[in-house]
Structures are given as C-alpha cells and as structure tokens.
Design a protein around this ligand. Structure first.
Ligand SMILES: C[S@@+](CC[C@H](N)C(=O)[O-])C[C@H]1O[C@@H](n2cnc3c(N)ncnc32)[C@H](O)[C@@H]1O
Length: 322
C-alpha cells in the first residue's frame, strides 16, 4: 500500500512552527499542513510568504485559548507536529527548567485535547532527561498513545550537519508507533553527510569559521565534514581568535563564516525559500528550524506508521477494496 492508496493527503497541524522547517519537510513527504501556529510575528511573516496554508499568531502557553482557536482547524486532522522552544531544559542538572520547558507539556495537553492519530514532537537532545518531557509522555500515555523516542543525528538523515535532536513520536495504535520507529532506525545513512557531499562543485571555499561558545572549542571546519549545529547567531572571525589544535586550517585572510543564505541551505532549505526578515531574526529562525530534510526523513517514517493495519483509516480502505 502506498500513500496514494491511503486517499487524500494526511493532514496535520504544525505548532511552534517558526519559519517552517518541519512544515516543509512534511509537505515534501506528501502531507498537507492545514495550519501553522507561532507567536513570533517575524517568523509568521516568513512562514506566510513561503506556504499557502494559514500561519496563525497565537500564544500556545494559554492552552484554553489555544484549544478554542485551534478547534476550528482540527476536524479531520490526522496528526499534530511541533517543536516547542528548547532554551530552558536543564543540562546535567545545572540549570533549573523554566517556563519555556513547560511548553513541551502544553504541546502534550493540546495533542490530547484533539486526539489525532499521531503526533511528532521535536526537542533538543538534552530534553530527553527532563522532568518536562517525562510529564509530557505521561500525558500522552494516559490518553492511549503508544509513545517512543529517538535522538537523530541530522547528518545521517540527508543533512550535512551534525545536529542531534530528540523526536518523541506517538500513534494511537501500537503498530503505528512500532512501524515508524523501525523506519527511523532502518533508513539512517551509514556515513555522515559532508558539505561537499551536499553542495558538490557549488562550493567555492574549503574551510570556514563558526564562532565557538568558548575558545576551548575549535572554530574552523572543513567542507569535507558535516557542519556543526547551525545556531541562531552568526559572528565574523574576531581579531583575538587564538586558534585551536582541532581547527582544520589556520586563520587566514580568506577565512569567513557561512553567510545567512549558506546557513539556510545547510539547514536544507531550498535556495528560493524567502527569509526577508531582519538579518538577526532570519539567523534566529534558521537556527531554530528543524532541517527540512530531517523533517522529511521523520515524515516518511510517520507515513510508514500510518500504513499500519490497525489504523482505522487504512483498514477501512482495505476492507472496502477486499
Ligand atoms: C524551536 S522553534 C520551532 C522551529 C520550527 N519547528 C521549524 O522547524 O522551523 C520554536 C518556536 O516556538 C515559538 N514559540 C515560543 N513560545 C511560544 C508560545 N508561547 N506560543 C507560540 N509559539 C511560541 C518561537 O517563536 C519559535 O518559532
């Protein structure tokens, strides 16, 4: 059975949608995004310029309001996907989880308010051990979802970047979750993708600068390796950069950071995706995004899950054609 046999495209809602990395990856895999939601006007403006579906401005922290507004969009929706913001998860117990980690639980409350057949939630890897994630999983399971999760390295999923992200996935039927998780494990590339693999002869440099969080880390990378995680800030080479033994080349006059457009392409956005916001906002939403090809990789696994025999929609179809 293929997705076409499944009937019309599976429909979904994208919460905390930003500029739309997750939306675009799901669309590329054959899903229809019914609506996207965020509370950041600049990201919504970018989203609207690149997609046909509505991008709704809404504070998803107000769950009761969100339930009321979203009820207009959820009828016939097969799934809810979303990447709640990640800044406030504690890392190795050093930071106290704050308000924004709660948005992970609010995502769960919104999913169970509408009970779609599946959900996908994306978080930073360190969320795996957080209390907020534990509580969110409890909310999903208490309403009958079979929940599983996996940390995916984008460089094994068609993206030239070692970005590690946690995907928590649930279906109302266990077979759906099992099939999706199997597809996620089986589709991984054996080798990480490098910038040269992705861009080929379009590259006109061999090494580039990526500002490190501290000078204890290296800052010069080669195109023959995956890029490090694209973050929300981008800096030029500072005059005081001391160099690092791990750098792939010495700091020389021609060394530069990737441009905003190049960083968007490392996030596997198509070259014609419009990021006409201010440069600072564009850098932030590019750094926030799920790489499009990673989202597509996850979406294709979800599609496998939707083919499950226990899925009421596919089994209805199967019995009709028998
Ligand atoms: C990690 S980013 C999501 C990126 C997106 N999934 C993508 O692939 O491009 C998190 C988003 O949550 C939004 N956000 C934060 N707090 C919010 C709230 N209270 N209500 C709605 N959106 C919120 C931010 O504006 C940001 O765009």
């Amino acid at each position: 059975m293929t997705l076409r046999d499944f009937g019309p495209k599976p429909r979904l809602l994208d919460l905390f949608a930003g500029c739309g990395g997750l939306s675009l990856g799901f669309e590329e895999a054959g899903f229809e995004v019914v609506a996207a939601v965020d509370n950041w006007p600049e990201a919504l403006a970018v989203h609207r310029r690149n997609f046909r579906h509505p991008a709704i401005e809404l504070d998803l922290g107000d769950v009761e309001l969100a339930k009321a507004v979203l009820s207009e969009w959820t009828s016939g929706v097969d799934g809810i996907v979303g990447g709640p913001p990640c800044q406030d998860f504690s890392s190795a117990g050093r930071r106290v989880e704050a308000d924004r980690a709660d948005l992970t639980e609010k995502f769960a409350e919104l999913v169970v308010a509408f009970m779609p057949r599946f959900f996908v939630m994306e978080n930073v890897g360190r969320a795996a051990k957080s209390a907020a994630l534990r509580r969110a999983v409890g909310i999903f399971e208490s309403r009958g979802y079979t929940v599983d999760r996996v940390v995916l390295d984008a460089s094994r999923c068609g993206v030239p970047q070692t970005r590690k992200r946690l995907f928590t996935i649930g279906f109302l039927d266990q077979e759906g979750t099992d099939r999706a998780m199997r597809a996620l494990a089986e589709g991984l590339a054996a080798e990480p993708m490098t910038l040269r693999d992705y861009f080929g002869s379009a590259l006109d440099f061999e090494h580039y600068y990526r500002h490190p969080r501290s000078y204890a880390r290296r800052a010069v990378f080669s195109v023959d390796e995956p890029s490090p995680t694209v973050r929300g800030v981008n800096r030029p080479v500072p005059s005081g950069y001391p160099g690092h033994p791990g750098d792939t080349a010495p700091v020389a006059a021609e060394l530069r950071p990737l441009t905003t457009a190049e960083r968007a392409m490392v996030q596997t956005f198509p070259a014609d995706f419009w990021f006409g916001a201010t440069k600072t906002a564009a850098e932030q939403m590019i750094g926030n995004a799920v790489p499009v090809r990673l989202a597509q990789y996850v979406a294709e696994a979800v599609r496998e899950g939707l083919m499950s025999r226990e899925n009421p929609r596919t089994s209805r179809l199967a019995s009709r054609s028998a």
